[in-house]
Ligand binder design. Structure first.
Ligand code: AMP
Ligand code: MG
Length: 345
């Protein structure tokens, strides 16, 4: 008989909230054990769990995987003034600057998802995101001044897209208005994917990389599945569903509870509708996406959150390997047929 060995509710940066991971211990007769290491990366507690790996190999592989995530953060963070992304954002308008191939890859995927999702996902929202300031050192507790918001939104809409999709490294042309990149809704997924690749390169075949609830699984956990609880969007520390996953899969959740404040009885959260410049009000409060890779799952969870249920489900056939669990604002759920989870009453 299997029993949950730990209920891991990450004690995180107070502005972040997450999934709960249950790690299952096998029956006492089996010698295998999971090995878990947790570090703060990208402002999030990241846990890497491996299964049945010799200790030295484990230690090296996991250390390399964390280093890789830190490297991605230094490239793609919009918070670090020294990141390559920040350098891009400081480039003068209508200039041509060097573009790192890896950064280009993530930007291009972001632009591609921007196009498929009719703009709901937008990797060029930096000015709006800074104005709302949900994740700065001193996050906002009130909405921005409406006039200022209208002005930033107007500039945002006037801005010519930088046509990054047509630019190939090593150079990128920055269009009118300069670059306005924020990869906060996709870079973490990419970092998770890279961590998984590094673990694989270290010969590790069975692992879980969990970055504050956004995760990817590699291989299996012996006879047992990896058990992952999906955070209840309104009850801290409770789950709405538990996923028992037995093979490679990524799962990412975007929720209005993650970074938010309440002002005059109204909740304001960090997922912005690029059309209105305000927190998305699509009728969804949480979107979990299961997909083969974490970068796609990350971008799509944000996009579907903004699109709302009807438009998301219309778009879903464009993504054959993607499954969804949607939580509506009244707490009711919609789950696509292939989404792996047992719902909690
Ligand atoms: P996530 O938690 O993955 O849904 O990403 C939310 C983060 O992505 C925010 O904190 C912003 O940095 C950024 N963001 C907010 N709204 C959008 C949007 N509509 N498209 C792309 N990125 C966004
Ligand atoms: Mg995302």
């Amino acid at each position: 008989m299997q029993q949950p060995s730990t209920t891991m509710k990450p004690r995180l940066h107070p502005l972040l909230t997450f999934l709960i991971i249950f790690t299952i211990l096998p029956g006492c007769s089996q010698p295998q054990t999971p090995h878990t290491t947790t570090r703060l990366v990208m402002g999030t507690l990241v846990t890497i769990t491996t299964w049945n790996v010799p200790e030295a190999q484990e230690r090296q592989g996991v250390a390399d995987a964390f280093r890789e995530m830190q490297r991605i953060d230094r490239l793609m963070s919009s918070h670090h003034p020294q990141s390559l992304l920040s350098t891009l954002n400081r480039a003068e308008e209508n200039s041509t600057i060097a573009l790192d191939p890896e950064l280009a890859l993530v930007i291009r995927r972001g632009v591609e998802i921007h196009q498929i999702t009719a703009g709901a996902f937008d990797p060029e929202l930096r000015a709006l995101i800074r104005l709302w300031n949900f994740s700065g050192d001193q996050p906002a507790t009130t909405p921005p001044d409406p006039q200022q918001l209208a002005s930033v939104l107007k500039t945002q809409k006037k801005r010519k897209r930088n046509r990054l999709i047509n630019q190939n490294p090593p150079a990128m042309s920055v269009g009118t208005g300069g670059a306005n990149l924020d990869l906060g809704a996709i870079a973490k997924g990419y970092a998770i994917d890279r961590a998984i690749t590094v673990l694989q390169q270290a010969g590790i075949t069975d692992a879980l990389v969990n970055a504050g609830g956004d995760l990817r699984i590699l291989g299996s956990k012996g006879e047992a599945p990896w058990r992952i609880g999906i955070q209840h969007p309104r009850r801290d520390g409770e789950v709405i569903a538990v996923s028992e996953i037995r093979s490679d899969l990524a799962m990412v959740t975007s929720g209005d509870y993650e970074r938010a404040f309440v002002h005059n009885d109204r909740r304001y959260h960090h997922i912005l509708d690029p059309e209105t410049g305000t927190p998305s009000d699509s009728g969804l409060i949480s979107v979990s996406v299961q997909a083969p890779d974490a970068m796609t799952a990350d971008a799509l969870s944000t996009a579907f959150f903004v699109l709302g249920e009807k438009r998301s489900l219309t778009l879903l056939p464009d993504f054959p390997d993607v499954e969804l669990l949607l939580v509506r604002s009244d707490g009711s759920l919609h789950r696509t047929a292939g989404f792996i989870a047992t719902l909690r009453p």
